[in-house]
Design a protein around this ligand. Structure first.
Ligand SMILES: [Zn+2]
Length: 77
């Protein structure tokens, strides 16, 4: 089993369902046994839905920066 830090970098693709089925399954099994990663996943998902529900230009610049930094940190680029 991979370490949590390795898996966290896969969460973005996991949410978008871009992972190969066997990797997706492995991550799902890890999530069923690891509350810490589930918490990460939930944070990521709620951030994504927040971003989808608001227009970027409606955000105060400060918050826009925070969200972008959050996403950059979690998309592994
Ligand atoms: Zn974990």
């Amino acid at each position: 089993m991979k370490r949590c830090t390795d898996l966290v970098s896969l969460l973005a693709d996991f949410v978008e369902r871009k992972l190969p089925p066997e990797v997706h399954g492995r991550l799902e099994r890890h999530l069923s046994a690891c509350p810490r990663c589930v918490a990460q996943l939930k944070t990521y998902q709620s951030t994504l839905s927040l971003l989808r529900s608001i227009k970027e230009e409606d955000l105060p610049p400060e918050l826009r920066c925070t969200l972008k930094a959050f996403l950059d940190r979690h998309c592994g680029n």
